[in-house]
Design a protein around this ligand. Structure first.
Ligand SMILES: *[C@@H]1O[C@H](CO)[C@@H](O)[C@H](O)[C@H]1NC(C)=O
Ligand SMILES: *[C@@H]1O[C@H](CO)[C@@H](O)[C@H](O)[C@H]1NC(C)=O
Ligand SMILES: *[C@@H]1O[C@H](CO)[C@@H](O)[C@H](O)[C@H]1NC(C)=O
Ligand SMILES: *[C@@H]1O[C@H](CO)[C@@H](O)[C@H](O)[C@H]1NC(C)=O
Length: 781
């Protein structure tokens, strides 16, 4: 996962001083320093004299260019993108001074600096894993009529030779599709087919920030040399492939969530990162191309709605009826670690499945400890022999020794050679730690979790015999080593195990709420499988993604919210094909109100970081339940104007609101009494913590998408701090698509200091339409 940067606090003062000096020197040159900016324009304000929007945008940019030495640099060279569908404007290379001038121009709505995003995976540097695709009765593999749905995947491109993209038996490309197959090194027209119906690349922002792409080192084409994009695309809509496996692990049939859906690959991430101007252009183009769903497994930091270009582009996509699913981030278990939190985005956290890869550590004292591994190689340790065991740390994680982390160059051959080495997780990629041990002559590695990972086991395709163990087990092994001069162990690998209980469990790394931007919008929305996922892989890189890994595999096992997001994108494609008339909000509602919050032992869904029951801050509405989502009974629908009304409650200035309003010329009608009144499928209320009784009301409107005549009764869980009343407590529908409203009144009884969690369920005997409820008690000022 995240490799936490080491910040030498003692050096801050010194750094700060040199930064000040540097900025004085730089400011003299500021007018020549150009960066990429995204300029949002009011497309309705174009004067008649311009025949098209781009001409007008260009004239605006030209009008403010500095009359300096480089002033004559072609305006066209300065403009690296124009956006016309989900977003209106251009991306251009400008100096700070030019930006200031441009801000004052009529028709300019907002200007954002280009920012860098990360893929939400910790692949071989990070997580590895597997998915339950081989069982025939699992809910993921149902074939449904989903032929004419196209899912746009914004990622690192695609490896077209993968069997997951075999289009045998597929119907012709849908006629509404307007996308293209862009070509380049290693990618020609024939690499697109009836499965991969589009492939495009977006690199102007990347090149503007980092310099020209080295075409010898990197494919400047839709070809994926990273593997991430191939993995996510195949998870969305890969065709069934029998006998898929990684080094023999997870053997079975691999298939995407919507095996009949089409994929359009939009390559926005390059070896040096993903940039918002490229991402924005890809969203804009994908919407114009006619995608139905966008799958975006990446994120940056959280900034206000109107400063977040991905949020703005997603708003435009939503207005055009496109469902946008994004990864929540891998910054858990810290609270308030979510990204991509806009209500019009579906924010997906990660959970485990009922499959793992057990491996045993057998200690010299007879103890057997089970961990996890995907090691498969020639150098096996003998099960009968014992190997000396060594740990470089002192057993105190608050003062870590770099050798205990097995960082590059820290291990001494004399101490390590011929031994099994215990390495703590953190700082460097897990598989790389094994490589460091191997290079120093070690014969095996035991990778121990720290408090942040708890007992969550990640399986990696290590380059030497290596097993990951939980924090508790790790402590036991370290204690054994630190108290025994002749400590020894051997490692044994046991293959794939199914039916693991309990599962699912919320992954420790999955980013957590509450939603820092708006407490009243519960995030994440749902969790989906994101630990140990098997899917197609690039032929250009080994399964660990390390340069030293020369193995080539057709499938790889990864973990991250990057992996859970495409599960939801694929299920959304299934729902869209079954219910083409459903809006993006209706699809999200179906996913949320049918989600479950129990594991396969009928106990509450747990959190891997502490083995305690998880809360809606960890799992949102719960774990997706695709089959139930096909027939949710009721949906909470939200029109684009309603989302705009939500923004009207967010204390934005008219120009900040304008960022969202321009496209459809929206104005605030003030139809919502507060953000909690948005017709969201989750209910989150913020109540002041005061002694006098306070009353708080939210409204919801349910649309009947089940039987025409149906009667629902409500049930609400009890809360300590407030009583909850629902009026009316029955909803009697007489026709399909009929809308009925109800209100939920919260009256404080004894305000709590901690938030309280519960749920509200409408039942008609067939359907259970569940909304999570969160009550946050605000302390007095
Ligand atoms: C695609 O699938 C078909 C049917 O399963 C098979 O006959 C064909 O060989 C596959 N093509 C490739 C390139 O793997
Ligand atoms: C770890 O080191 C810290 C700082 O020296 C000390 O306060 C703490 O007690 C030690 N913990 C253990 C388990 O030895
Ligand atoms: C936008 O809406 C306002 C008020 O409803 C109207 O006066 C104006 O003409 C509209 N502008 C455009 C470009 O449609
Ligand atoms: C609330 O009640 C508590 C205990 O009953 C009391 O100590 C406190 O002063 C009260 N606060 C207010 C604002 O009335």
């Amino acid at each position: 996962m995240t490799t936490s940067p080491i910040t030498p606090m003692g050096k801050m003062g010194c750094l700060l001083t040199s930064y000040l000096l540097l900025s004085i020197v730089l400011s003299a040159n500021a007018q020549f320093v150009k960066n990429t900016y995204i300029i949002q324009m009011d497309n309705s304000a174009k004067p008649e004299i311009f025949s098209n929007h781009l001409d007008w945008y260009s004239s605006k940019v030209k009008s403010i260019l500095s009359r300096s030495v480089q002033a004559e640099m072609d305006t066209e060279e300065r403009i690296i993108y124009s956006y016309q569908t989900a977003f209106h404007g251009v991306a251009a290379m400008l100096s700070q001074e030019e930006v200031e001038k441009l801000k004052l121009q009529e028709g300019v709505v907002a200007i954002f600096p280009d920012t860098k995003y990360q893929l939400h995976t910790t692949r071989s540097p990070t997580f590895l894993g597997l998915e339950p695709m081989q069982s025939t009765n699992n809910i993921w593999s149902e074939k449904l009529g989903n032929h004419d749905v196209v899912v746009g995947v914004l990622d690192t491109g695609v490896w077209p030779e993968s069997e997951s993209f075999n289009d045998t038996g597929m119907r012709p490309v849908p006629s509404h599709w307007k996308g293209a197959c862009e070509t380049g090194r290693g990618f020609s027209k024939h690499h697109c087919n009836k499965k991969i119906v589009g492939a495009r690349i977006f690199y102007h922002g990347y090149e503007a920030a980092t310099g020209k792409i080295d075409e010898k080192a990197e494919y400047k084409s839709p070809r994926d040399q990273d593997g991430h994009g191939t993995h996510t695309a195949a998870t969305v809509a890969g065709s069934p492939v029998h006998g898929a496996n990684l080094l023999g692990y997870a053997y079975g049939t691999a298939r995407g969530m919507a095996p009949g859906a089409r994929i359009a690959a939009y390559k926005v991430c390059w070896t040096g990162g993903c940039f918002s101007s490229d991402i924005l252009s890809a969203v804009d183009r994908a919407v114009a191309d006619g995608v139905d769903v966008l799958s975006i497994s990446l994120g940056g930091g959280v900034s206000s709605y109107y400063r977040d270009s991905l949020s703005i582009a997603a708003f435009g996509a939503m207005e055009k009826g496109v469902f946008v699913s994004c990864s929540a981030g891998n910054a858990g278990p810290d609270p308030v670690s979510l990204t991509n939190v806009s209500p019009w985005i579906t924010t997906v956290g990660a959970s485990t499945m009922d499959r793992d890869f057990p491996a045993d550590v057998k200690l010299g004292n007879g103890r057997k400890i089970t961990g996890s591994s995907l090691y498969r190689g020639k150098s096996m340790l003998s099960a009968k022999k014992q190997y000396p065991l060594v740990y470089m740390g002192n057993g105190n994680s608050s003062i870590p020794d770099p050798r205990s982390l097995c960082l590059e160059g820290t291990l001494d051959r004399r101490t390590v050679s011929g031994k099994i080495v215990i390495c703590d997780r953190g700082i460097s990629p897990r598989v790389q730690k094994g490589q460091v041990v191997k290079n120093a002559g070690g014969v095996g590695m035991i990778l121990t979790n720290t408090a942040a990972n708890g007992e969550e086991l990640v399986a990696d395709s290590h380059l030497i015999p290596a097993i990951a163990v939980g924090e508790k087990e790790g402590k036991e092994i370290k204690h054994y080593v630190l108290t025994n001069k002749k400590a020894s162990a051997t490692l044994a690998f046991l293959d794939t195990r199914l039916g693991v209980r309990p599962s699912p469990i919320v992954a420790a790394f999955s980013s957590r709420g509450p939603n820092i931007l708006t407490l009243e919008i519960l995030k994440p929305d749902v969790v989906a499988p994101g630990v140990n996922i098997l899917a197609a892989w690039s032929g250009a890189i080994g399964p660990s993604s390390l340069p030293a890994d020369h193995r080539r595999v057709k499938f790889n096992i990864l973990s991250g919210t990057s992996m859970s997001c495409p599960h939801v994108s694929g299920i959304a494609a299934l729902l869209k094909s079954r219910h083409p008339e459903w809006s993006p909000a209706a699809i999200k509602s179906a996913l949320m109100t049918t989600a479950y919050v129990h594991d396969n032992t009928i106990k509450p869904l747990r959190d891997a970081s502490n083995a305690e029951p998880s809360t809606p801050y960890d799992h949102g509405a719960g774990h997706i339940n695709p089959r139930k989502a096909l027939d949710p009974g009721l949906v909470y629908d939200i029109e684009p104007q309603d989302y705009f009304e939500f923004l009207c409650t967010q204390k934005l200035t008219p120009s900040e609101l304008g960022v969202f309003a321009r496209h459809a010329n929206r104005t605030c009608r003030h139809s919502l009494s507060g953000p909690g009144d948005l017709n969201y499928p989750a209910i989150s209320v913020v109540i002041p913590q005061k002694n006098s009784t306070s009353v708080f009301t939210v409204h919801r409107t349910a649309t009947n998408v089940g039987q025409a005549v149906s009667k629902y009764h409500v049930m609400v869980s009890p809360f300590k701090g407030a009583s909850v009343k629902v009026e009316p407590n029955t909803l009697s529908f007489t026709r399909k698509y009929q809308k009925l409203s109800y209100k939920v009144t919260f009256t404080t009884i004894s305000p709590q200091t901690e938030p309280e969690f519960g749920g509200l369920v409408w039942k008609d005997g067939v359907h259970r339409v569940r909304s999570p409820i969160v009550i946050t008690y605000l302390p007095p000022l």
